[in-house]
Design a protein around this ligand. Structure first.
Ligand code: KG4
Ligand code: ZN
Length: 347
């Protein structure tokens, strides 16, 4: 059994977590997430401000997570830290801090890929959300469809050609005059919307697509965003129309996510679908995905919001996996703004 401290600072959440266990038999001892609300006034994350805010909060966030877990520094076996992808200055705060602490304690540091963390997140609360499964990771920065044969072996089937799913929610929120981040406000507004008034086509979904087409598993949301922009411009009463537009947008986006995920799950014969990333908080996505999955005998697992959005629990869990495989990063660990997920196999 190992006890791991996880640290996440890739974007606008300063987070630390203590996790202990073996293999998939793990328990989260603590999870502290400090969200940087300061970015709200700018309508998006300002990288330099994010780095500075991580600097001021990293020490209290880590101390608090150790206190909450009742774990002393001496009891840690390793420190796992997000080293890619993300905002470089933000990542560097976590990486430098983790390396210093690991060096001072004489324990290993393990660099974790943020998106591999998201793959592990759901398993922290659903014991059956373990491989093999089809994964849909939908966040503000990424939209990835993967087949996960086993931990550490990932087949990347498709990604977005332009905007990420969460980014599309955020941009549409802006067009509709809603606050940032826009995912939840758009979802709330769409609940009261009429689904028949604005019908946007599901992007990149054609009934006659075959697995040989490159677009079969790919996503694209910028055209849908333009569709929303045109609807907003054409409206003579946006207050009257905005819930219906939000509904039409969400239905089209969710429809595309569900269609492509169902294609992947059936092609690989998977009976589990795991959702991750901030957009996995969207209950319309979860319901539509569950309904479709039931039609081919699969179960959908979605994490609760605090594990769906950026958190250090998932980083500690992915770190434990690499720790148990004997992998260590060394003190020359660096941060990278972009990097492929480790363990990718050819699609
Ligand atoms: O995973 P995450 O916390 O951060 C990134 O790594 O990007 O995801 C944040 C994204 C934002 O774009 C936000 O608008 C979106 O997740 N989001 C949602 C919902 N809650 C958060 N999108 C749709 N519906 C939601 N309920
Ligand atoms: Zn994320």
């Amino acid at each position: 059994m190992a006890t791991i401290l996880g640290i996440e600072t890739s974007c606008d959440e300063t987070s630390a977590s203590v996790l202990s266990g073996t293999g998939d038999d793990v328990s989260l001892q603590s999870l502290v997430i400090l969200s940087q609300d300061v970015h709200k006034v700018f309508g998006g994350v300002v990288p330099e401000i994010a780095s500075r805010a991580h600097l001021t909060s990293i020490v209290p966030v880590v101390s608090r997570s150790l206190d909450d877990a009742g774990v002393k520094l001496e009891a840690l076996d390793a420190i796992a830290v997000t080293s890619a992808p993300g905002l470089i200055g933000a990542l560097l705060v976590g990486v430098c801090y983790a390396k210093s602490l690991a060096f001072a304690r004489g324990i290993p540091v393990i660099g974790v890929h943020h998106m591999e963390g998201h793959l592990f997140a759901t398993s922290l609360e659903h014991r059956d959300a373990i491989p093999p499964f089809t994964a849909l990771l939908v966040s503000g920065g990424h939209t990835l469809l993967l087949d996960v044969e086993e931990w550490g072996r990932y087949r990347l089937l498709g990604a977005t050609r332009d905007d990420a799913a969460g980014e599309a929610f955020d941009k549409v929120a802006k067009l509709l005059g809603l606050p940032y981040p826009g995912g939840r406000p758009v979802e709330m507004l769409a609940r009261g919307g009429d689904p028949s008034r604005f019908r946007f086509s599901r992007p990149m979904v054609r009934g006659n697509d075959t697995p040989d087409d490159r677009s079969y598993y790919e996503f694209s949301f910028s055209g849908l965003k333009t569709g929303v922009l045109n609807a907003v411009r054409a409206s003579d009463d946006l207050e009257r129309d905005k819930a219906d537009i939000a509904r039409g947008f969400q239905d089209a986006l969710v429809g595309a996510l569900v269609d492509k995920t169902a294609r992947a799950a059936t092609a690989f014969g998977r009976t589990r679908v795991v959702l991750g990333g901030g957009v996995a908080c969207n209950s319309a996505l979860y319901s539509a995905m569950s309904e479709r999955a039931a039609s081919f005998g699969a179960t959908v697992f979605a994490p609760k919001p605090r594990l769906a959005t950026d958190n250090a629990g998932m980083i500690a869990r992915a770190g434990l996996f690499h720790f148990e495989r004997g992998e260590r990063s060394g003190l020359d660990l660096n941060a990278f703004a972009s990097q492929p997920i480790p363990g990718l196999v050819a699609a």
